[in-house]
Design a protein around this ligand. Structure first.
Ligand code: RTP
Length: 137
């Protein structure tokens, strides 16, 4: 069964959108396999976003991701990686379609509520990084 790593970022937790985001994945038909509230360290975030380390916004991104706890989740089901990204919407919320999470609830790329793995391989890497003890299934 395909799996993806979905994370509600600090702004999503702060704004009380955890339930709304979970609801959309459940409604679509996906299964929640693991969930944890985490206060991520700088080291964990730098590993998670290592592909972006040369980007000018990297320091800002790492700082924003430490402004509060995140909700780390593993979701499973048919084509969940691609369909999960569709549920989240485009990275820049000004380009996310209405009906998507980012399209409905935010306007700032630097506070875009949620993260979703972009490929099956990165999903498995991210799940191993955020759930080092496994997901319990
Ligand atoms: P994510 O990993 O959070 O799901 O986002 P993504 O794949 O859609 O986008 P990516 O290019 O990997 O960027 C990761 C996160 O960095 C922030 N970002 N800021 N200021 C900027 O121009 C900028 N560009 C990206 C966003 O929070 C984005 O989700």
């Amino acid at each position: 069964m395909e799996r993806t790593y979905i994370m509600v970022k600090p702004d999503g937790v702060e704004r009380g959108l955890v339930g709304e985001i979970i609801k959309r994945f459940e409604q679509k038909g996906y299964k929640l396999q693991a969930l944890q509230l985490i206060h991520p360290t700088k080291e964990l975030l730098e590993q998670h976003y290592s592909d972006l380390s040369s980007k000018p916004f990297f320091p800002e991104l790492i700082k924003y991701m430490q402004t509060g706890p995140v909700v780390a989740m593993v979701w499973a089901g048919k084509s969940v990686v691609k369909a999960g990204r569709t549920l989240l919407g485009a990275t820049n919320p000004l380009e996310s379609a209405p009906g998507t999470i980012r399209g409905d609830f935010c306007i700032d790329v630097g506070a875009n509520l949620c993260h979703g793995s972009d490929a099956v391989e990165s999903a498995e890497k991210e799940i191993a990084l955020w759930f080092p003890k496994g997901v319990g299934n």
